[in-house]
Structure formats: C-alpha cells, structure tokens
Design a protein around this ligand. Structure first.
Ligand code: ATP
Ligand code: MG
Length: 288
C-alpha cells in the first residue's frame, strides 16, 4: 500500500489496471450524518500481497474496507480495482464484480446447522452450476489446503474457534476470489490459534495467489503476515509502507501504537521473513 502521495504522481491513469497496485483508493470521504469517518483517503493495495490495515477501534477500518466492494458508497472519492471505477458500476456488473472478493468476517459466520462440507459448498451451489462431484472436490481441495481435510462431516459447534475461522476461509476460497478480505480474523483467539490463523492467511496468499486485505489490532500478528501496512488515524492514512518502513516511522502515535501492543523491542524476531522459525511442534499444537 502506498498512501498520501499517490504512486505514479499526477500522471497515473486509474482506468488502466496497474501491474503492481490492485486496489486504488483516491480522495475517499465518508460521513454518517455528522460523524465524518474517512477524510480524503488515498491508498494503494499491492497485488498478490498481504496488505494490513491497522488503527484504533472506531478509526474506520471496517468502513474503509467495505468501500472496496461497494458495500458502502462514499460521499466523494473513488475506488479503482483493476481499472474499474467501483462506484460507477450498475447493479448487474456490480454483482459480477463482487465475485472477485472473498470475505472472512470477525466471527466466522458459519451456518451452525450445516456440516463443514455443506457450509463450504453453499456459495458454489448458490452461484455456479457445478456438479455435486465437482463441488465435493473443490471443497475437499480448499479444506485440505487449510489442514482441515477430514472435517467435512463435522458441524461448526464441534470445532475450535481457530478451526471455525479456517472453515470460514475455506468457504471464502471456493469461488476462487482474486481478493480476500479479513476483518479482524484473530479477534478472540488465543496466541497459538492466532498464529494458526496467520499461517492460514499466508498459505491462502501463496497457494491461491490472492491479494489479501487484513484488518487487525494484533501487532505481533500484523508483523508476522504483512507485506505492507497502512495505519488509519484521525480519518486519514497516517502512514503506509513495508513493515520496516512502518517500524521506522517517526510518528509518535504510530510508534506508541506499536509499543502499546507489546511487540516493540522484539519485532525483528516475529517478522514474516522469519516465520520459518515456527516449529513443527507448534504447528501440531495449533492444529489440534
Ligand atoms: N452503518 C453505519 N452507520 C453509522 N455509523 C457507522 C456505520 N458503520 C460504522 N459507523 C461509524 O463509523 C466509525 C468507524 O467504524 P468502523 O466500524 O469502521 O471502525 P473500526 O476501525 O473497524 O473499529 P473496530 O476496530 O472496533 O472494528 C464509528 O464511529 C462507527 O460508529
Ligand atoms: Mg472494524
């Protein structure tokens, strides 16, 4: 992501898909009544990477991300996805456009009365004409990719919180989204389950080559998964860049935010580049 100073400068043509920047937000303003939430947001999200958005509770992270797929419309400003002006889409092309996105919510939002397999098959039955056998195979593939093969016949109530989140991701992946949006995927999970969800975000990004947008409060997790980080503060993008750039950023609010999360001094050891340090034992524990 790059914020504030738009990459490409004034000469950029947003109507042309950019090889690097998948989602481009320009001058986005959004108020609810007298409550101005977003004030001229400029932001670029990088294709095929894990883009994390951080900020205090109520800063407007969820509101911002909802604009990407036009779940909310701005007062002014635009969002461009691969050269498409999202808010200019008519109803029908908009519903096609939305199929580019997979959503993984804070609470996994599974249907409790449906098995894992039926939960994951649901979008395929709704939106495609694939055969039962094809659907079964796609669901098996996505579950296997997330270490969940064999859970097909279980019900959500029989799974741990972390496993439910992974089922939520498997379901988001069945329609082959280009962009995956995670709104606080690790909220309510213990540290080990959080790591496990982090691994799954990275696994999905690598295996399915998606652009990921992750909203997170948990800075340890953020530094494990992020290729790019943007901070939303006081209605604007306060900073955006690589984890190193964010860590070195001089803004006192940003450095305080990182320090307050308790990962300040030891950050270097939790970075994405070092994630191979995680042991097989940890993996086994996290999966159990
Ligand atoms: N549909 C809505 N109608 C009115 N106000 C809203 C609506 N959605 C969000 N808001 C307001 O917008 C502001 C930002 O909310 P948002 O949910 O984006 O925060 P957030 O950064 O995601 O916070 P959290 O980390 O707690 O999820 C809040 O003041 C909230 O009350
Ligand atoms: Mg939110």
């Amino acid at each position: 992501m790059s914020g504030g100073d738009a990459p490409g400068g004034g000469g950029e043509d947003l109507r042309v898909a950019d090889p690097r920047w998948h989602i481009r937000v320009r001058g986005l303003c959004k108020a609810f009544g007298s409550n101005l939430v977003l004030d001229h947001i400029d932001l670029d999200l990088e294709r095929g990477k894990v883009n994390v958005i951080i900020g205090a509770s109520g800063a407007g992270k969820s509101v911002l991300v909802k604009h990407f797929m036009c779940l909310l419309r701005p007062d002014t400003g635009s969002v461009w996805v691969d050269g498409t002006d999202v808010f200019a889409l008519a109803t029908k092309p908009l519903s096609t456009f939305r199929r580019k996105f997979g959503l993984v919510f804070q609470f996994a939002a599974l249907f409790d009365s449906l098995s894992v397999e039926d939960n994951c098959a649901f979008p395929l039955r709704e939106h495609t004409t694939k055969s039962k056998a094809e659907i079964k195979e796609i669901v098996r593939d996505r579950l296997a990719a997330l270490g969940l093969d064999g859970t097909q016949k279980k019900f959500p109530g029989e799974l741990s919180g972390g496993m439910r989140k992974r089922v939520g991701l498997a379901r988001a992946l069945v329609l082959d989204p280009e962009i995956l949006i995670f709104d606080e995927p690790t909220t309510g999970l213990d540290p080990l389950a959080t790591r496990n969800v982090d691994e799954m975000i990275l696994a999905a990004a690598e295996r399915y080559n998606v652009t990921s947008v992750v909203i997170s409060h948990d800075m340890a997790s953020v530094f494990r998964i992020a290729d790019r980080i943007a901070m939303l503060h006081q209605k604007r993008i306060l900073a955006s860049g690589t984890p190193d750039e964010i860590r070195a950023h001089p803004d006192p609010y940003l450095s305080g935010f990182i320090r307050a999360s308790g990962v300040g001094a030891a950050l270097g050891t939790t970075d994405r580049a070092d994630r191979s340090e995680r042991t097989d034992r940890e993996d086994a524990e996290a999966a159990s």
